[in-house]
Design a binder for this molecule. Sequence first.
Ligand SMILES: N[C@@H](CCC(=O)N[C@@H](CS)C(=O)NCC(=O)O)C(=O)O
Length: 218
Amino acid sequence: MSKPTITAFAASPDRGQGLARDMRVRWAFEEVGQPYDVRLVSFKEMKEPAHLGLHPFGQIPTYEEGNLVLFESGAIIFHIAERHAGLLPNDANARARAIGWMFAALNTVEPPVVELEQAEFIEGDKPWFKERLPGLKDRIRVRLTQLSKRLGRADWLDGAFSAGDLMMVMVLRRAEGTGLLEEHPNLVAYIARGEARPAYKRAFAAQLAVFTATQSTG
Ligand SMILES: N[C@@H](CCC(=O)N[C@@H](CS)C(=O)NCC(=O)O)C(=O)O
């Protein structure tokens, strides 16, 4: 694999909390020991033709390696995991289950979390928002309760740490601040286990460095 380039926010909307989705890709690179470059893009640049040629929806992250261009964090991490050891098990069935957990994180757990985020952002000042909030939170609560039950006392979702855990930890982190994770101490501990991994720490520090540099240069 030649050295890939990913895109990330030039100005961190979360002020360096590690929630922007390039963080998951950085973490995957760090887990497998693949060096990478980052091209920072502004919100304006993300909607311009050059970036739209890479990402039809005008978002980050993107991934470029030789003449391969990818978008969608799930597709990018799957690609990295397919080409390097360390993120997917060798056993075919365990591998299929780990991929299943990646989809579960993105397609079952992330949507209600993002729906709450979007509602807070777009409708947070509207009179009906207060009435909508409990329903939005309940939808997340259902998924967290189910996930907590399945995880039980295990360290990871299915045996050893995998790309499924990487994705799930990152998705759960998006629910921080809702007060819902605290209802499930095993999920809080699961996130902490992910965050304690040296690869996570390196990825977090690299994303934070972008925010810190922007701050110091104004
Ligand atoms: N499903 C996509 C979501 C990508 C996404 O929402 N990216 C955000 C940053 S974390 C973004 O670019 N937001 C700006 C926008 O949508 O205009 C993925 O997982 O890559």
